[in-house]
Write a protein of this length. Structure first.
Length: 428
């Protein structure tokens, strides 16, 4: 597909068939279909690759290796017998040749392929009784010899029903800003519409700002869908829309992508510009010089302290995680236990002199160990009188994608069978 404008069919960027347009609209001129597209050519290459020789399974390969060894040994014995019978016992060559041919033929397992196929068929039948479909016997042999299983997470180990847990939101409180940065923070952010003190955000503010930085037109995104669903349930859909309208006019939205790992929305109201961002914690604290339209370093964050902050966070989180016995529970008791861990982690970080980054990383580690996926939220407000505003970390939104009911039993069976399981996820 090629985008084109009226009376100019050559203008625009080429789009390959199979691309998903998630935002905006345009007109297209179709230039190729079927096998002429990149997807079609790839499909044809895969189909042609399957026309080659039939692959040999791992079990068959081991059997064939043993058979080759037996045949080579039989040939060696045959030559020894042939020489001994002719030179030592005076047998005729034709008579000895018949004996040697009998030895060679006897060493070749003619019925072995049939025995292997029947054995594999019985194995496939037993697998089918357990609900597994075996497409070909080679696959059965490969899975029988498996030592490492790389598994997807979302929808495979988990239910793929991601949900925000508002009560587990972690807030970066005022005391998380080190003293020399307090002057930067005061009057720098807000307004926080749910807070009595407009400079101190609440959990409701954190959830609302996360919803503000979500794309309601792209509900295929599981994170945006979960945040918006939670916000509508918490505030009420009509009330949420009223809050968004009151907050200002969204003039720009840059969605999440694997490169910048954050979504950023710009809101204008009465000469005041508010920028709200949500995404991966590291990228919210310090974007670095990436391809995003907005780059920043959150207030209270110093690049020179990165190594020490990470060391403090690692030490504090490991101590709290090791001392907890309910960090994998998501009921009320488990949430209370995780909340105590978060408070202890913040206290210990302050005791060790950790800054905003250390406390945020420690909180992120504690929540992750309890099975939560975290989304960091930050905000910055600037106007004509405040052109040097700084982005401020608001907190961490906790999300839960619960494991399937059979995940624990499945992993136990795999580990008991000597299979190491590796989880492949795109979360980070």
């Amino acid at each position: 597909l090629v985008q084109y404008q009226k009376n100019d069919h050559d203008q625009g960027k080429k789009l390959l068939a199979g691309c998903i347009l998630v935002q905006g609209e345009c007109r297209m001129l179709i230039q190729a279909t079927g096998k002429q597209t990149q997807v079609g050519q790839a499909t044809e290459m895969v189909a042609n690759a399957k026309k080659g020789p039939k692959p040999i399974g791992r079990f068959e390969t081991q059997i064939l290796r043993i058979i080759k060894l037996i045949i080579i040994t039989s040939l060696a014995i045959t030559f020894v017998v042939l020489g001994y019978q002719i030179h030592n016992r005076g047998e005729t060559f034709s008579h000895v040749l018949l004996v040697c041919l009998s030895l060679i033929i006897g060493a070749v397992p003619i019925a072995l392929p049939l025995v292997l196929q029947v054995t594999m068929a019985f194995g496939a039948q037993e697998m089918a009784e357990h609900g597994a479909i075996v497409t070909h016997t080679t696959a059965l042999q490969e899975i029988a010899s498996m030592t490492i299983l790389n598994s997807d997470k979302t929808g495979t180990l988990t239910t793929a029903k991601m949900a925000v847990i508002p009560q587990m939101t972690w807030l970066a409180k005022d005391q998380d800003i080190i003293p020399e940065d307090e002057a930067i923070i005061k009057g720098d952010t807000g307004p926080f519409i749910f807070s009595k003190d407009k400079n101190v955000p609440t959990k409701d503010d954190c959830l609302f700002l996360a919803a503000l930085a979500s794309n309601a037109n792209n509900l295929d995104d599981p994170v945006d869908f979960a945040i918006l669903t939670a916000a509508k349930a918490h505030f009420g859909e009509s009330q949420l829309n009223k809050y968004i309208t009151t907050f200002g006019t969204r003039t720009r939205f840059d969605g999440f992508n694997p490169d910048v790992k954050r979504a950023v929305v710009t809101v204008e109201q009465n000469g005041t510009t508010t920028i709200v961002a949500k995404g991966l914690l590291d990228k919210i604290l310090d974007t670095g010089n990436d391809s995003g339209t907005e780059q920043w370093l959150c207030a209270g964050i110093h690049r020179d302290d990165r190594t020490s902050d990470e060391a403090i966070a690692s030490r504090v989180s490991s101590e709290n995680i090791e001392s907890d016995n309910n960090n994998n529970q998501h009921d009320e008791l488990g949430q209370q236990s995780t909340a105590r861990e978060l408070e202890a982690a913040s206290t210990n970080c302050r005791r060790l002199g950790g800054g905003v980054r250390a406390r945020a990383l420690a909180a992120d580690a504690v929540l992750s160990s309890a099975g939560y996926k975290t989304i960091a939220v930050a905000v910055m407000t600037k106007n004509q009188n405040n052109t040097t505003a700084h982005m401020r970390l608001i907190g961490l939104i906790s999300m839960l994608d619960p494991p399937r009911l059979d995940t624990t039993a499945t992993l136990f069976c795999l580990q008991r069978a000597g299979i190491s399981v590796k989880m492949i996820t795109g979360d980070h």
